[in-house]
Write a protein that binds this ligand. Structure first.
Ligand code: OGA
Ligand code: NI
Length: 360
């Protein structure tokens, strides 16, 4: 009698995090070795990628119009900002006043950092969620559906400025850039407030922006031999108010819009802006935090620099009180520093952090 053949369950197994501590070091020393299956996020593949004409329709905001002395020009720019925050949660800003040279020099320093030996970088490794300096790979928390094909350095740059000393000059450029980004963001947050008929400094005040928590993160997405099976970053929402990102000339970011992943092809010298969970919370859900992910490619390393900007860590974010005169609070108030933990737990459960503080 033939014995029965047991077929293993097709249910995806929960994978252990891979042992790789740097994707770059791995791929450089293991050219012919298959990549660990913990990186395969097959269920997340490239399905539902929007047509390129949608990529071409990602909004562009002329930042200089927001700061215009002409009240009509300013009012139109505020209206446009409100519309793109509502309809996309993602846009490119041009004429932002940050020099092309500063952005290029800084990205070059990011490349130099990633090119330091693994031995030099690993001194900066740690697993703390909120920490002044962290070098790492994949993403925290571990235990998500798959590992991410990226290495990164994440540093707190406000209220206290931290930075590694290597490579020389990196810290100085990052300091200058992080302060300029704070000023750009201040103007954006003022515009966002005005677009909701709040006083210009409403969101600045409600998030204690002068002590706000800012992080500076450079991501390296090395070329990947199996780009169709692997993601650089799994779909996620940033936890802060807004993230401002620049990149080298390799694309890979995708944002979720109308149920499709839209490729982001930045125009030269622009800064990419995405909304985060704290913006959604303080606007009582008017401006949604945008979901995004990163795809990788077989040939080119992608380098990005993302400045994450939240409220102050001690700030208890709640919907702007003026908005609650006409509508009910959609989210519970929670300190930003506590929201980090909420978001981590949510990610392991494949949920959004905001789902955990949503009021039914
Ligand atoms: C992030 C992020 C996108 C990118 O660091 O949170 O979404 O293109 N980065 O590097
Ligand atoms: Ni992100």
């Amino acid at each position: 009698m033939a014995s029965e053949v047991t077929i293993s369950s097709p249910e995806p197994q929960k994978l252990e995090a891979s042992q790789i501590s740097s994707v770059k070091a791995f791929i450089e020393s293991n050219d012919a070795v298959p990549i660990p299956s913990t990186y395969f996020s097959v269920h997340e593949l490239r399905e539902d990628v929007a047509e390129n004409n949608l990529a071409a329709s990602i909004p562009v905001i002329d930042f200089s119009l927001l700061t215009s002395d002409n009240p009509h020009v300013h009012a139109n720019a505020v209206r446009q900002l409100g519309t793109v925050c509502k309809e996309w949660g993602f846009f490119m800003i041009i004429n932002h006043g940050i020099s092309e040279k500063l952005m290029k020099d800084l990205l070059n320093k990011c490349v130099e950092f990633h090119n330091l030996s693994f031995e030099e970088k690993k001194e900066l490794a740690n697993e703390e969620l909120v920490t002044p300096i962290r070098y790492g790979t994949s993403a925290l928390p571990h235990g998500e559906k798959a590992d991410c094909w990226r290495d990164y350095l994440k540093v707190e740059t406000h209220p206290n400025f931290n930075f590694p000393h290597k490579p020389p000059g990196f810290s100085e450029l990052a300091f200058e850039y992080s302060r300029k980004i704070r000023e750009v963001l201040r103007t954006l947050l003022q515009g966002v407030s005005e677009s909701l008929d709040l006083r210009p400094n409403a969101i600045i005040d409600y998030t204690d922006y002068d002590s706000s928590y800012q992080t500076c993160q450079t991501n390296l997405y090395p070329p990947c031999p199996k780009p169709d099976l692997v993601l650089g970053l799994l779909p996620h929402n940033d936890n802060g108010l807004m993230t401002l990102l620049i990149q080298n000339d390799v694309n890979g970011l995708q944002v979720m819009h109308d149920g499709k992943w839209v490729n982001v092809n930045p125009i030269p010298n622009c800064i990419l802006v995405n909304t985060g969970d704290q913006l959604e919370a303080v606007t009582n859900g008017r401006y949604k935090s945008i979901r995004h992910r990163v795809v990788v490619n077989e040939r080119h390393a992608r380098v990005t620099l993302a400045l994450g900007n939240g409220p102050s860590l001690e700030n208890e974010t709640c919907p702007a009180p003026e908005l609650l005169q006409k509508e009910k609070a959609v989210y519970k108030s929670i300190k930003y520093k506590d929201y980090f933990k909420v978001q981590q737990e949510a990610r392991i459960a494949d949920k959004r952090g905001l789902d955990m503080i949503h009021i039914n």
